[in-house]
Ligand binder design. Structure first.
Ligand code: GCU
Length: 381
């Protein structure tokens, strides 16, 4: 068989990040098949073991997903959406854990629609299922008006966002891990990502949602989670990160703003214990955050950042996209359309790696959502 040679245009490696295309055993990735069969699985394993942590054995966990309420009529978005309340129950050895989320589906949909899953790391005011509190963090009315369905779950309901010894929420299913926690055991980000996958389980059962066209979206810690969810769960067509910064979309080596030592000082429970090895020791990491971005290939990945978010560090956020681009080239796809740092209010929407940089503070707002939907209209719809 004739070998197809792909010329990969490797970007300049100013930060000395590990190569995506060199396997642990030193062999080079030359084709998309090499990536899929060898390099991708070893990178996924590396990020599980060294950074975010792996889930426990879930084979004895029974998961039940059921719609507990369906509402339609003038009180639900003036009749423009159907709202379904969904309960996810996980049971293990007579221990229960439940979280719920609400889904809005355009009432006038004639065929299954694409959808967004929002990982809501803010309070209920920002993702209110009753829609009394409207927030540009989750503009569900606009999403519906553009022909998408959407669902948001609250991270706090899934696993607490504070140090509590891995005892409540999802963690309560696994008391065996409380006093005996392996260095590669899951951090909270992994559990939130697991929850987003359960929303996808429901989408696969919902006849009015096109589960092949779903994006997982999150901001900041939610953005780190969205990328990690999309990396692991290949059912998602797209992952969208807003201002996820350290341990999200930003390269750690040479990063300004938040460092690994600083994130671990305040939020050690987000990660596997193994990640502690890299505090003030980034050069020792066999990976960097472009590995996380590249795990989305050949699917769509989109990141956004704000000019004043120096804690997240827009330059390092952009650099991870530049460094991930060669993996898209392996698939013969356009990844990132330019390597020069992006200018504010000039979205990059041509490639499979989308990005925008907006004037403003650390936040996810209407402008960001308009860009996400413009990009999804073009590439996912
Ligand atoms: C803190 C944390 C960041 C995180 C952010 C957020 O600032 O240091 O890593 O992204 O919270 O979730 O808003």
């Amino acid at each position: 068989m004739e070998e197809i040679k792909i010329m990969i245009n490797i970007p300049e490696n100013k930060r000395n990040v590990p190569s995506l295309l060199t396997c642990i055993d030193g062999t080079e990735v030359k084709t998309a098949q090499d990536w899929i069969n060898k390099r991708r699985p070893e990178i996924l394993e590396m990020l599980r073991r060294e950074e975010y942590g792996r889930l426990p054995d879930m084979s004895d966990v029974e998961i039940k997903i059921q719609v507990t309420a369906v509402r339609q009529g003038p009180k639900i978005m003036n009749g423009r959406a159907v709202r379904k309340t969904v309960e996810v129950e996980a049971v293990r050895k007579e221990r229960h854990f439940i979280f719920t989320f609400d889904v809005f589906i355009p009432a006038d949909a004639k065929e299954p629609v694409p959808a967004f899953v929002e990982i809501c790391n803010r309070g209920p005011m920002n993702c209110d299922p009753a829609r009394e509190n409207l927030s540009s963090f989750y503009p569900a009315e606009t999403i519906i008006s553009r022909g998408y369905a959407c669902a948001a779950f609250r991270t706090h309901e899934v696993a607490p966002d504070y140090e509590e010894g891995f005892k409540t929420g999802f963690h309560r299913l696994f008391p065996d891990y409380v006093d005996n926690r392996p260095d590669d055991a899951w951090g909270t980000i992994t559990v939130w990502a697991w929850a987003a996958s359960r929303v996808m389980d429901y989408f696969e059962m919902e006849p009015m949602i096109d589960a092949a066209k779903v994006a997982v979206v999150g901001h900041s810690r939610g953005g780190k989670t969205a990328l990690w969810c999309g990396a692991q769960d290949e059912r998602f067509a797209m992952a969208i990160s807003s201002c996820s910064g350290n341990s999200g979309d930003a390269i750690s080596r040479g990063k300004t703003g938040e460092s690994i030592a600083q994130i671990l000082d305040r939020f050690p429970f987000w990660f596997a214990k193994n990640y502690q090895k890299y505090a003030n020791n980034e050069e020792a990491m066999p990976f960097d955050q472009h590995f996380l971005i590249a795990l989305m290939a050949p699917r769509l990945v989109y990141t956004s950042t704000k000019t004043n978010d120096s804690w997240a560090d827009p330059v390092s956020e952009f650099e991870s996209l530049v460094q991930a681009d060669p993996v898209y080239q392996l698939f013969g796809l356009e990844g990132l359309e330019q390597r020069e740092f992006s200018l504010p209010e000039q979205p990059l929407h041509n490639g499979h790696i989308g990005h925008h940089h907006k004037t403003g503070e650390h936040n996810m707002d209407d402008y960001d959502w308009d860009q996400y939907m413009d990009y999804a209209d073009r590439h996912m719809k």
